[in-house]
Structures are given as C-alpha cells and as structure tokens.
Design a protein. Structure first.
Lengths: 331, 331
C-alpha cells in the first residue's frame, strides 16, 4: 500500500493525540518518526510506534510533559524534559539552540530526562537548514564490548551545503543490534567481526551474540569514541550513563531516558570561506566516487514525499493492531 | 641513554631558539614534542624534530609569527597563526579558550595557518586540567579511501577525572600511515584490512598501499567521521581542505597548515553530577576490563619524568645530525 505523506502524518499524529499528547507534540512525534521512515532508516520509523505507544500507556513516557529550560550561561542551555518523548524534546531543543548559536557564535544544549530521540539526523539536520553546523551525541543502552557497559553511542553532524545539508549519523558498532536480532529470529548465523559471546569470544551465533556484546568499529578506536560520547551525552548532558538505560525490550514503564548533547556553530562567525570550502569538498569526494553523507537519505525522502510512502502488509498489520487504520488507495 | 627530562627539554628548546624562535615559543614547541615522546606516542615525538627543523629553516614554518586573535562573537575565537609551529599556536589557543569557556559555559576556537599540531591530546588535556571537557578536530593530508581525498583526520577529547583526565586521541584509519611506511622500509607485507592499492583493491603489499589509500575504521562509518572532521577542522576552522595539505615528505618549504578546531565545555554549567558520573563510568569500565583512555599514556609520562627519558642510539644519532648533542649520563 502506498499512502500520501500528509495523510500518513495525520494518522500517526492523531494516534498520539488520542494517547494524550497535545496536538503540537503529537504532530512533532509523527514528524520525526516519519522522517526516519521516509529516509529508509526503518529501525527508527513506523515499527517504533508500538514501543512509543506502550511507553506512553504505561507511563514510561509522559504525554503531558512540563518541560523546563535553564540557561545557566550565555552559551549553555539545559532542557529538563520531564519524560517527554525524545522527538518532542529534541525539536524544542532545536528551536532554542538555533538563535543561541547565531547570537553567541557557538552554543551547547543538553537534553535531560527525555525518551529515546529516534534519528539524531532530524535535529542536526534542522539546525543545518538554519545555516548552522551542528553536532549531536547520545548515549544508548549497553551494547558494545567489553561488558557490555557502553552503548552504540551515536555521533551525528549536519552542515549547510548545496543542494542539501551534509548529514552524518553513525553509531560506533560494526552493525546495529537490530541486524543481529533479525538474524536470530530467522535462525541464521552472523558474519565474523560483528559480535562476541558472553565470554568475550568471537561468535557467528546470533543468539550467543545477543547475550554477549557488539564489536566496536576499529576495536579500541570505536571503544574510545563510545567513551567520548558517554562523557558528553551521559556524564555532562543526561546525567545518566549507558548501564542505567533499560534495553528496548524491557517493560515499557521503564523507558530509557538517555542523554543528548547538541552543539551548534555559526559558520559566518568563523570568517572562513565556508560555503565555497564545502562545495569544494563535495566535488573532490564525488570525483573519486565517495558518497556524500545524507544525499541518499534526502533522495529517498523526496521520492516518498512525491510518490507516497510504501507501507508493507506486515507494517500495516502492526499499525492496525495499535489502532492506526490506514485508508490506503493513495495515488 | 637515559636523560633527565629537564635536561632534554632544555636541549630541545635551545635547538629551536637557535633556529630563531623566541625563548617562550621554543620552550613550548619542546614541551609538546616531549609530551608525545614521554607518553609513548613516538611518531609525534623527537623523530619529528628533523621535520620541524627543516621546515623552520626553509621558511615552511615561521619562527617569529605575529599571531592575531579575533573574537567575532562571544563564544568564538579565531587564531590567525601566521605560520607558527602548531604547538606554539595550540598552547596559545588553550590559554585563550579556557577563560572563554569558563565564562560562556561553552566556546569554540579555530586555529588557522599554523603548522602540524603534533598530538591533539596536549591541547585537550590542558583544557581538562583546567576543569573543562574539551574536543579537538584536525584535518591531515590525504590518506584514506576512496581517493585518497580525506586525511586520517583525528578526533580528540579530554575530560576532567580522577586521578587524571580521560584523554582520547584517535585517527579514523585502521592504522597510521607510519606503520605502512615502516613495513615498506623493511620489505615486509602488511595485514589484510589496512589498505587498498591505487586501483582500490585490498592489498598486503606495503609499497602498493603507500600508492593507494588507508582503510577507514568501520569502512563507511570511519569515512563519514572523516567527512565530519573535514567540515569542522577544514571548512570551518582552517579554511583549507585535506587535498591542499602537502604530505609530510614534501619539500619543507611546503609545510602543511591544517585546520584545528577546539571546543570546550564547562561541566559546572550543565548542573549534572559530572564528577560522580565520570567516577562511576571509570569504575564500570574497569569492572569489565575496559581500558581507561589516557591512563597508559599518563603512567608512561610519570615514569619518564621520574626515571628519565630513554633515547635510543638511532634517535641520538638523528638528533646529533641536527646539532642537538645530548650529554647523557643521566641518573
């Protein structure tokens, strides 16, 4: 089934509004979930609606958060999100941070006490659309070796560019845990180099891998980057560390409240030939067949906006079970 | 030969002073080079003195830089380094950025037109010793696939912790080019997964690898991180991209002037239980045998400060050729 985007967004927003969210918050949550879906990042798209729904119903997320903003220093803001769904807090944070960074030249914002943010590209991407170079760091539940103690702790950046911002959003494990869960469900083995078993030995057994840990990229280097993110997103922003974040399959009343740190920089303030430099970089990378991060996602999004969003029968059934009935027909 | 640190520092500083650097700049350059040497990061230690010397003599580096600081916005500074050796500009940048970040809560500083910085850990480490969480990004000459267009573009972080700051300083290639140069000199093969030949095929031939490109960590992920650094350090800070940076073996009058972006955040401003969180993180990592980034380097440094710095005969001969005659004897 193919659905026009506006219809799908209305259906998803309605669903969250019926779960108690204010109209604007329900629409923001729909906006970020659908952005992931449209951009082909399906693990953070509509399949997550079941989790958001359960967490809102069980009180793991707060449908009517009283968010509170502090501005302790000229270039620092802290958003106490009161259990808001991550995208609601994240989009609010973007609206606060953009003018701060434009005024100060660079600024930071910590989001504390919000649910899972979904795709970090949504937040840095919106800052880039406002002319800012933006970084985001988030911690996630324990996943990587050794331990696991640290999460797959993603790092994101977006930077103004033509014809669309460069957008990077990468976790520091070789693969996402979702790929191992999928292999485990199908009873298939996984390639070497993805994971360790609980004794810390390399494994190709998906079930053993899920009891063990994911291997970080570049081994010690990815581990070090995970520590970097944990300090920024966990110790500094969220005031909560990966080991305290419940895994996604834990009871919904225990929804994780990870930390999110956003940094934004105003290129104009730096007085470099920023726009020309970025154009030059894109040209140099394209000349050797290097991909431009974010380009594929932007193309998928534009296609879906124009041609409608493809919803598989499985997903349709999942959504129907949640009470989201899609009319279909489309275009 | 083992030499007491103060004696070695004086000898190195004297050498640079004789090459025309002001006394304080000569001592700063010696300080950063020796920090790398003491911490076991030999690729950025005393073996680099030949390169610094040649570049200073050939005019690739400016021994008497007139550095100029701009403060276009409250939380942004730009240091125009006028061809100063990287460590001279970097240590000056630290002195400027620390009070800015303490006052603003977070702040950024771009270094433009300085030579190679040596170890980024030196700059973020000093900011952490002043209570700040600090990030650094630098671009480097072309090195990684595809192309090469992008450098091994390091990312560094230091964070206040007990008993010493956590210090991360990692490039985004699987191995440093230096390891491949070493294998090539010995005529030895390199392991699979390190590099590609100039046609982009995996190779174990060190010479073919040097004509090709290094493989980034996590392949597409490391590549994306290299783009991230290129935007921050190249387009924003340095106003110069990796492809414009001459390789280390190019004539010394063409010394690279890479970009360096420093960011610093004041943990107190964020109102999280920062110190307790970091202590908790260290404990959790140690409990599973995870290494604490920076601990090994700090231990090596302390040992060398107490017991003297070991200088091999090869290195002694290299230094002697430059006119640095070490007295030896030591302790």
């Amino acid at each position: 089934m193919k659905l026009p985007y506006p219809e799908l967004r209305r259906a998803v927003a309605d669903h969250f509004h019926h779960l108690g969210l204010a109209l604007d918050h329900a629409d923001e949550l729909a906006e970020v979930i659908l952005e992931a879906e449209l951009e082909g990042n399906l693990g953070h798209g509509l399949t997550r609606m079941a989790q958001y729904t359960a967490q809102l119903q069980a009180g793991g997320l707060n449908p009517r958060p009283q968010m509170r903003l502090e501005r302790p220093r000229p270039s620092v803001a802290v958003l106490h999100a009161d259990g808001a769904p991550g995208p609601v807090a994240g989009l609010f944070a973007v609206r606060v941070l953009a003018p701060m960074a434009q005024e100060q030249g660079s600024a930071s914002l910590a989001v504390r006490g919000a649910g899972h943010s979904g795709v970090l590209s949504a937040y840095v991407g919106r800052l880039a659309q406002q002319g800012l170079v933006a970084l985001a760091f988030a911690n996630t539940p324990p996943a990587i070796a050794p331990g696991p103690v640290l999460g797959t702790n993603p790092i994101a950046l977006a930077a103004p560019a033509y014809p669309q911002p460069i957008v990077i959003d990468t976790s520091i494990s070789v693969v996402a845990r979702g790929k191992i869960i999928a292999a485990s469900k199908k009873g298939e083995p996984i390639p070497e180099g993805w994971a360790l078993d609980k004794e810390g030995r390399p494994t190709t057994d998906a079930k053993a891998a899920l009891e063990g840990a994911l291997i970080p990229i570049g081994e010690g280097k990815g581990y070090a980057l995970a520590v970097l993110v944990e300090i920024l997103a966990g110790a500094l922003a969220g005031d909560i560390l990966s080991p305290e974040l419940p895994l996604p399959w834990m009871p919904p009343e225990q929804a994780a409240k990870p930390g999110l740190l956003l940094l934004a920089l105003e290129p104009e303030a730096f007085g470099s030939g920023y726009a020309g430099r970025v154009a030059q970089l894109i040209q140099a990378l394209e000349a050797v067949g290097g991909r431009i991060p974010g380009a594929r996602r932007a193309a998928l999004r534009e296609k879906a906006l124009q041609e409608g969003v493809e919803i598989s029968e499985t997903l349709q059934a999942e959504l129907s079970k949640l009470g989201v009935h899609l009319q279909g027909g489309g275009r």
